[in-house]
Design a protein around this ligand. Structure first.
Ligand code: SF4
Length: 121
């Protein structure tokens, strides 16, 4: 099987072709112009991951929500469930940039951290 993917590891956006055997083992990676592209293509074909950016509710704050992001990459198949889980999270003000708003989300080992502050009302 052949998979054609666009590398998003930098703005060049190289087109990469990955050849896989019947067991989904990688036979070859071509089209990348650097090692980062090779690593990206292999991860994308074997264990795709994504960053998650969203907001969580804040109680007693000057605003109703605070923006946040995953501190690391989350398995692609768990992104939607993680986003849904964060809908139920509410943290008390004040919130500082970098505060962990949800630790080890859904057992992924990845924390969700605030990317802005929210003072008390
Ligand atoms: S292969 Fe290398 S140069 Fe091309 S998009 Fe990926 S990181 Fe950038």
């Amino acid at each position: 099987m052949t998979r054609n993917i666009i590398c998003v590891a930098c703005p060049m956006g190289c087109g990469i072709t990955v050849e896989l055997d019947d067991n989904n083992e990688i036979i070859s990676v071509t089209g990348n112009t650097c090692k980062r592209g090779d690593a990206y293509a292999r991860t994308e074909c074997t264990n795709p991951v994504r960053s998650l950016t969203t907001t969580v509710k804040v109680s007693g704050g000057k605003g109703p929500v605070v923006p946040c992001k995953s501190a690391g990459a989350i398995p692609k198949g768990k992104i939607i469930d993680c986003a849904k889980a964060l809908c139920d999270v509410e943290i008390p003000a004040p919130v500082k940039i970098g505060d962990v708003v949800c630790s080890d989300i859904l057992g992924t080992g990845i924390d969700i951290v605030a990317t802005n502050h929210c003072d008390k009302a």
